[in-house]
Design a protein around this ligand. Structure first.
Ligand SMILES: [Mn+2]
Length: 296
């Protein structure tokens, strides 16, 4: 079994990262397999170097990973899964606990977002995704993967969406009407990563950010293993350069990584997924001061 993210068990740098595998796949609409995402990511992480040559930094000098037991998701309804996840998060402190949730489908993002939003009313959610996910309801549930950003909007949070290229006319209108609290960067007219990072920081202000990373935001040539692939997505170096330019910057309070559906013939998607996660964590944690040791 591959139980410890990066094969690092509760050791490393001063910043604890709680890795929470949530293998839930209840409301996916097309191809399946996201329930296998967390295990594939953990397994692939054993093959990935903790040192990043581009950043000349090692994640194990900054973060201490504590991989939690797999959440046994309640598959009776999306609402019940949400309740279970909210209950689990009550054991954590949103003011200091960094939780990296591994999905699973995108509906798993809402409980951690609402967990942090309860403490940080000025939170901005950065969404990497092909899909706007702004439907009010989908297939009878308002907690479907297709509604997650609509629920985030209900919380009154600002959102920044990178890579969006699939929506219906109604969602396009929501985006047009929401320009003061919804920022969207479509992949067909992206600014440079440095310019994009400045624009997002201007929009989000000094408050903290949370990242919800749906792998289908990336181009399917980069991450083919996902249930609803859309051509023309973000390129690997663009998104990594974006994070590199985004920090130093706002506090990152937590993140999730979802919609990975591993393919039987390749480990490309999960390996790339781990690299995408590490680039975010290292870009952020290398720019902050380590927490002070507890006074004795
Ligand atoms: Mn998506």
């Amino acid at each position: 079994m591959y139980l410890d993210f990066l094969d690092l068990d509760d050791c490393g740098g001063p910043n604890p990262v709680h890795v929470w595998p949530v293998p839930y796949q209840g409301t996916v609409s097309f191809d399946t397999g996201t329930r296998n995402g967390p295990e594939a990511l953990l397994k692939a992480s054993y093959q990935i170097e903790t040192y990043d040559a581009e950043l000349d930094a090692d994640i194990s000098d900054y973060c201490c990973f504590k991989t939690l037991p797999f959440q046994r998701p309640n598959v009776s309804s999306p609402e019940n899964l949400q309740k279970e996840m909210h209950a689990f998060l009550e054991g954590y402190d949103p003011s200091k606990d960094f939780i990296l949730t591994l999905g699973g489908e995108h509906s798993i993002a809402f409980p951690p977002i609402s967990f942090y939003a309860g403490y940080y009313p000025d939170l901005t959610v950065i969404q990497v995704d092909a899909h706007a996910d702004l439907r009010n309801s989908f297939q009878g549930s308002s907690y479907s993967h297709a509604c997650v950003m609509s629920r985030v909007k209900d919380l009154g949070l600002r959102t920044v969406s990178l890579g969006i290229r699939s929506m219906d006319r109604e969602q396009a209108q929501i985006i047009k009407d929401g320009h003061d609290h919804i920022m969207v960067m479509h992949p067909w007219n992206l600014p440079s990563p440095a310019r994009a990072a400045e624009m997002v920081k201007d929009f989000s202000g000094p408050g903290p950010v949370y990242i919800t990373f749906d792998v289908d935001g990336m181009d399917p040539c980069v991450i083919p293993g996902t249930g609803t692939p859309e051509p023309g997505g973000l390129q690997y170096h663009w998104i990594n350069d974006f994070w590199r330019h985004f920090w130093p910057g706002p506090r990152l309070v937590g993140m999730d990584f979802c919609e990975l559906a591993p393919r039987p013939d390749s480990v490309l998607s999960e390996s790339t997924g781990v690299k995408c996660i590490l680039k975010i964590l290292l870009s952020y944690f290398r720019t902050i001061q380590p927490p002070k040791p507890a006074e004795t």
